[in-house]
Write a protein that binds this ligand. Structure first.
Ligand code: TYD
Length: 135
């Protein structure tokens, strides 16, 4: 599935712990217009369950762990995130569901666009139709 990738961030470590810096158009492959974070998510909750028409995101699990199911309409993969030095890049047109949040999980999301409700596709059938709109 080409619309996602894992990005290894450069860790700065000098005996005082770790520091990771993320710069737009360098470590992050787009201009960062928005940052949000998710925490205190109950274990049995499913977040996401949508796709985006345009938005690109990089998701970083700063603490704890959780699972990301990604679906491009043809194949589905599961990505487990549990390290703050890995970013999960998700392009547009990917159906995503986030599950299995550990109780200490903190997820930070860097996004390429401001929040725009119109960019969301929240119905899976509409998502599949949208993918095949030019067939
Ligand atoms: P929602 O899209 O349901 O989160 P998730 O995709 O993780 O399931 O967002 C939850 C609420 O937060 C919803 O009322 C919209 C609001 N929200 C913002 O105001 N700004 C944002 O950048 C995001 C992602 C959500």
């Amino acid at each position: 599935m080409k619309e996602y990738k894992l990005i290894d961030f450069k860790k700065n470590s000098d005996g005082r712990g770790f520091l990771i810096a993320l710069e737009e158009d360098r470590d992050i492959p787009f201009k960062i217009k928005r940052v949000y974070y998710i925490y205190d998510t109950p274990m049995d909750v499913v977040r996401g369950r949508h796709a985006h028409r345009k938005l690109q995101q990089v998701i970083i699990c700063l603490k704890g762990s959780c699972d990301f199911s990604l679906d491009n309409g043809e194949e589905k993969i599961l990505v487990h995130l549990d390290k703050p030095d890995i970013g999960l890049y998700i392009g547009n047109n990917i159906w995503r569901e986030f599950t299995n949040f550990s109780s200490d999980c903190v997820i930070m999301v860097l996004a390429s666009e401001h929040y725009n409700d119109k960019d969301y596709i929240r119905d899976y059938k509409v998502f599949l139709k949208y993918l095949h709109k030019n067939d």
